[in-house]
Design a binder for this molecule. Structure first.
Ligand code: KG4
Ligand code: ZN
Length: 334
C-alpha cells in the first residue's frame, strides 16, 4: 500500500511516500523545505511567516516526492496528514492541501497526531518493536512518557509540567549566547567539546527522585541563568552540565518506567532524541537491563513526513474529509 504523508506542524513543509506491507514500511521518497533561516533572523518563530512559507512550499514538496518516486497522484492508495499539535496557521496549510489532494483523486485521508508520529519513527524500515513498550517523546514542545500496549493503544505515564526538554535546550542555548533560535543541537556540540566538566553538580536534576513520571525543566533553565549572571563559568563546562542534568532525569525516569511496567522494549523519538549523550546513555542503561531499545536515525528524530505516513500505515483510522480539522493543542492521548 502506497501512502503519501504531509507534515506542516512547525517550520517545516514535508512530504513523503512510503510503501507499507507485511514486511514493514519502506521509504519510497521524501522531501523537506524549511523556513528556519527566516526565524533565525527574528530569534524566534513568527507563526505567520512560517505559514506563508508553507503555502509556497507545499505544492513543490508534494510534486518532488511524486517525481522522485516516478508516480502520479492517482497511484497513491491513501493520504495522511498531521492534524496537531502545532502552529494553527501551519497545520491549516497541510490539512487543506491534503484534503484537496485526497478529494481530487478520491482517496482516503488519515489524520495523524504529530507526537504519535514521533514514536512511529521506530517502525520505519524492517523494525518490528514488540509490545508492551515504554516510549519517551522529547521534542521542542513536548516531553511525554507513555506505555504502548499495541498499535494506537497508549497509557499516559507522565510529561513535563512546564518547559519541554527541547524548549529548555533552546532557551539555554540562547542564554549562553550559542544561538538565538532552536540551538539545541549547537548547545550539544559545545557540550561535546568539554574535555573536563568543571561544574559537576552545580545544576539541579529536577524531580529525579520523585516517584511520578513528570518532568520540570524551567527551574533548571533559571539555575543556568543564575550561574550566567555571576559571569564566573566556563562555557563548555556549563553546557555539558546542563545537558547532563537533562539526560540524567530523562534516563532515570524512562528506565524506572520500563522496570515498573516490566517491558522489554523501549521506543525513543522527537528532535531531542537526536542528542548524542541521551542516545548513548539510554542505550547503555537499557542494554544492561536486557531491554531492546529502538532509536531512530537522527534525520528521523527531527520533523519529517516519513513517520507521518508510517503512523498512518499502522493506525489506519480514516475520517470523512469534512471531519478532519487541525487542532493546535492536540495531546498525545487525543
Ligand atoms: O521534534 P522536533 O524536530 O520539533 C518539534 O516537534 O518540536 O524537535 C525540535 C527540538 C528543538 O527544541 C531542538 O533544539 C531539539 O529538538 N534538538 C536537540 C538536538 N537536535 C534537535 N536538542 C538537543 N540535542 C540535539 N542534538
Ligand atoms: Zn516534532
Amino acid at each position: 500500500m502506497l501512502i503519501l504523508g504531509i507534515e506542516t506542524s512547525c517550520d517545516e513543509t514535508a512530504a513523503a511516500i512510503v510503501e507499507g506491507s507485511q514486511a514493514g514500511v519502506k521509504v519510497i521518497s521524501s522531501s523537506l523545505a524549511t523556513s528556519r533561516e527566516l526565524h533565525e533572523k527574528t530569534g524566534g518563530i513568527v507563526p505567520e511567516v512560517a505559514a506563508r512559507k508553507q503555502v509556497e512550499s507545499i505544492v513543490p514538496v508534494v510534486e518532488d516526492v511524486l517525481k522522485q518516486a516516478g508516480l502520479e497522484l492517482n497511484d497513491i492508495d491513501k493520504l495522511a496528514v498531521t492534524t496537531g499539535p502545532g502552529l494553527i496557521g501551519s497545520l491549516v496549510v497541510g490539512v487543506a492541501a491534503a484534503k484537496s489532494l485526497a478529494l481530487a483523486v478520491e482517496k482516503p485521508l488519515i489524520p495523524v497526531n504529530h507526537l504519535v508520529g514521533h514514536i512511529y519513527a521506530n517502525w520505519v524500515g524492517d523494525n518490528k518493536p514488540e509490545f508492551p513498550a515504554v516510549a519517551l517523546v522529547v521534542s521542542g514542545g513536548h516531553t511525554d512518557l507513555v506505555l504502548m500496549k499495541g498499535h494506537g493503544d497508549f497509557v499516559y505515564l507522565g510529561g513535563t509540567l512546564d518547559d519541554a526538554a527541547g524548549e529548555a535546550f533552546d532557551k539555554v542555548a540562547r542564554l549562553l549566547g550559542i544561538k538565538k533560535y532552536l540551538g539545541g543541537a549547537e548547545l550539544s556540540k559545545v557540550a561535546q567539546a568539554c574535555i573536563e566538566n568543571k561544574m559537576v553538580g552545580v545544576l539541579p536534576r529536577p524531580k529525579i527522585t520523585d516517584l511520578d513520571y513528570d518532568f520540570s525543566f524551567s527551574g533548571l533553565k533559571t539555575a543556568v541563568k543564575r550561574v550566567v549572571d555571576t559571569r564566573e563559568f566556563e562555557l563548555e563546562s556549563l553546557a555539558k552540565e546542563f545537558e547532563t542534568a537533562v539526560v540524567d532525569v530523562l534516563v532515570a525516569k524512562t528506565i524506572r518506567a520500563a522496570k515498573e511496567h516490566k517491558v522489554k522494549t523501549l521506543l525513543f523519538g522527537g528532535g531531542v532524541a537526536a542528542n548524542t549523550q541521551l542516545r548513548e546513555r539510554l542505550k547503555k542503561e537499557a542494554e544492561e537491563l536486557d531491554i531492546k531499545i529502538f532509536i531512530p536515525s537522527v534525520n528521523l528524530c527531527t520533523d519529517n513526513a516519513i513517520y507521518i505516513a508510517t503512523t498512518a500505515y499502522f493506525n489506519q483510522v480514516e475520517r470523512d474529509l469534512g471531519d478532519i480539522n487541525p487542532d493546535p493543542s492536540l495531546g498525545i492521548m487525543d
